[in-house]
Design a protein around this ligand. Structure first.
Ligand code: HEC
Length: 130
């Protein structure tokens, strides 16, 4: 009787492990595909349309408008996922991390950018810093 109960618990544990494993595998695939797979060429097009006015040609920055992307420790020390998360919120002028006193708006002020677009922009940041 007790043996049967333990056996059943083991089976339940295995079923649970199998389920949670397949769920986490699915999640990994879903988050990894966009995070590793940004399209830098499309990112450049998006950059030229939405970011270049402040961040300058080739991401070199424009004094008084936007910080350089090239050589940015912030960009180079954060993961792709963290950079996308940053772009979703931006950096208000009163944020302690803000160094210029000028706000970086969420999505650079272009609300129509999708998560995939942001991922492509991050790929372009990586390209500029490679
Ligand atoms: C209206 C001007 C403006 C536009 C347009 C703009 N930014 Fe910014 N961005 C800024 C400013 C100003 C900062 C720096 C804020 C600070 O002082 O920390 C910044 C900072 C950043 C940073 C952090 C850089 C670092 O080293 O800390 C990233 C990344 C960034 N912007 C990405 C983008 C992207 C992507 C777009 C286009 C979708 C964009 N920005 C459009 C003004 C702009």
């Amino acid at each position: 009787m007790r043996k049967g109960l333990i056996g059943m618990l083991v089976v339940l544990a295995l079923v649970f492990a199998a389920c949670s494993e397949s769920t986490s595998t699915d999640n990994t695939t879903a988050t990894e595909a966009p995070s590793g797979g940004g399209d830098s060429a499309n990112g450049e097009l998006l950059y030229n349309a939405s970011c270049i006015a402040c961040h300058g040609p080739n991401g070199e920055g424009i004094e008084g408008l936007g910080k350089p992307w090239v050589g940015s420790d912030f960009i180079n020390s954060n993961s792709d996922a963290a950079m996308v998360a940053f772009l979703l919120v931006g950096r208000p002028s009163d944020d302690p991390l803000n160094t210029t006193g000028i706000a970086m708006l969420p999505k650079g002020g272009n609300p129509s950018l999708t998560d995939a677009d942001l991922q492509d922009l991050v790929a372009y940041m990586r390209f500029l810093n490679s």
